[in-house]
Write a protein that binds this ligand. Structure first.
Ligand code: AQP
Length: 328
């Protein structure tokens, strides 16, 4: 079986963008003949200053959300990064096989260091080494990514190839997997920028935990244009975004949506999108609240998953340690 590795940041509540663009498609892969290894990247979160109690809470909530979505821990290994020490261990080793110059060229580093100018820490800079460790430890064949993260898989490939070149075959060289139905969801307030957890304008982002009233209100306030026609066209970015969301949730095509709302205006369309999103999220939210209420079950689950991941990771780490000349 081909192996897939995917990790998610738990620096906030997942957005509808994370859900439609990534999570929903990734979880399906466990039933499509792949061996999936999924994790929450809490060590990566520390590259930006976090409120400790919030990081802990977001991590547990994200864990419960993925279980509520149907992630099956019998089929899929699903752990919290910091509970598997091999990630930090391999990251250090990979630091020594990664060049200053190649890390300097990472666009995410450039963006994030501009945004967090008061805290350009070494972790932010070497983040791609930790991410390469995440991927290479599990000998992943594929890493599902959005277009914005392709560069990270490329650097992991470069590091793997370089290491294999010096020491002989050690790592599987991973390939990016761009999901077929990966909708890109834009901010409801600024349809030119992507919907994001860390958006300061919370009206622009639908959180997967928003209640029905909040979802309806946010969609009603979504920025559109001065027209009224529900049509997918250039210059109608706000409407296009709503149509994309509606299409992703209902499975309808753009033509079907245009027909459905022919002669009607945004005033009919916006609540229809909201209703579709509400019914998509409702059953998951219900399971989520049940899971989160059962603290013991949740803790037991992630604590049991960590050693499963560690056993896989240790095989790779031991091989690497031997190859570079560390005593066993
Ligand atoms: N707006 C989006 N549309 C489609 N896909 C998206 N993803 C993120 N935003 C959108 C995809 O979600 C996956 C998980 O992302 P992540 O949790 O690692 O964090 P991120 O990409 O940094 O997402 P955010 O919400 O924008 O977080 P912040 O605000 O913290 O940077 C990825 O596959 C991503 O492509």
């Amino acid at each position: 079986k081909k192996r897939i590795l995917s990790m998610y940041q738990c620096t906030g509540t997942f957005t509808l963008g994370n859900y439609l663009g990534a999570l929903r498609n990734h979880i399906k892969l466990q039933d499509e003949g792949y061996q999936c290894v999924y994790a929450l990247a809490d060590l990566h979160a520390l590259t930006v200053r976090q409120v400790p109690a919030e990081l802990r809470r977001y991590t547990k909530e994200a864990y419960a959300w993925l279980l509520a979505m149907g992630l099956d821990t019998e089929k899929t290994v699903f752990f919290i990064q910091s509970q598997v020490p091999q990630h930090s261990q391999l990251a250090w080793l990979l630091n020594c096989y990664t060049q200053f110059g190649e890390l300097s060229r990472m666009t995410q580093f450039k963006d994030k260091s501009a945004k967090h100018a008061d805290n350009i820490n070494a972790g932010l800079f070497t983040y791609p080494c930790l991410m390469a460790a995440d991927i290479l430890l599990y000998q992943a064949d594929f890493v599902p990514v959005g277009a914005d993260q392709k560069q990270h898989v490329e650097i992991a490939r470069d590091i793997a190839e370089r290491f294999n070149g010096i020491y002989g075959d050690t790592f599987t060289v991973p390939e990016p997997l761009i999901p077929k139905h990966g909708a890109r969801v834009m901010s409801l307030q600024n349809p030119l920028s992507k919907m994001s957890k860390s958006d300061e304008n919370q009206n622009g982002n639908i959180s997967v935990l928003d209640d029905p009233d909040t979802i309806l209100r946010k969609f009603k306030r979504a920025k559109t244009d001065s027209g009224s026609e529900v049509r997918f066209a250039e210059g109608k970015e706000g409407v296009n975004n709503l149509m994309n969301i509606y299409a992703a949730v209902t499975g309808k095509t753009m033509e079907e949506i245009e027909r459905e709302f022919e002669g009607k205006g945004y005033g009919d369309f916006k609540p229809a999108v909201a209703e579709a999103v509400i019914s998509e999220l409702r059953p998951i939210q219900e399971r989520y609240h049940e899971l989160l209420a059962d603290k013991e079950f949740l803790e037991k689950t992630y604590r049991e998953q960590a050693p499963r991941a560690a056993a896989l990771a240790q095989r790779t780490l031991s091989k690497v340690m031997r190859k570079v000349g560390l005593v066993s």
